[in-house]
Write a protein that binds this ligand. Sequence first.
Ligand SMILES: [Zn+2]
Length: 99
Amino acid sequence: MAKSVLDAGWFMLKTQLEYKSVATQGVFIEVNESYTTQTCSCCGCISCNSPKGRAGLGIREWNCAECGTTHDRDVNAAKNILALGHERLAVGITVPLGR
Ligand SMILES: [Zn+2]
């Protein structure tokens, strides 16, 4: 039940973001968020002490073993997702006709 509620919430969030993007002639894209929590947003590596799997769910802050940067779990993931979005924008996004 909790997963269904979570899925419905995400669906509504994505629907509203897409709707608002179209209304303001913006661009809405989805990126693959896999490994965005584990990947260091500074050096790009997946450190040996980054939060992984179910055991890592309680880890809110961690240090990258490669570059020594201290990360807040959520802020690090947000930076990685933003970077993925910028990469997609740099490559180019086809805009459907009629916009
Ligand atoms: Zn690092």
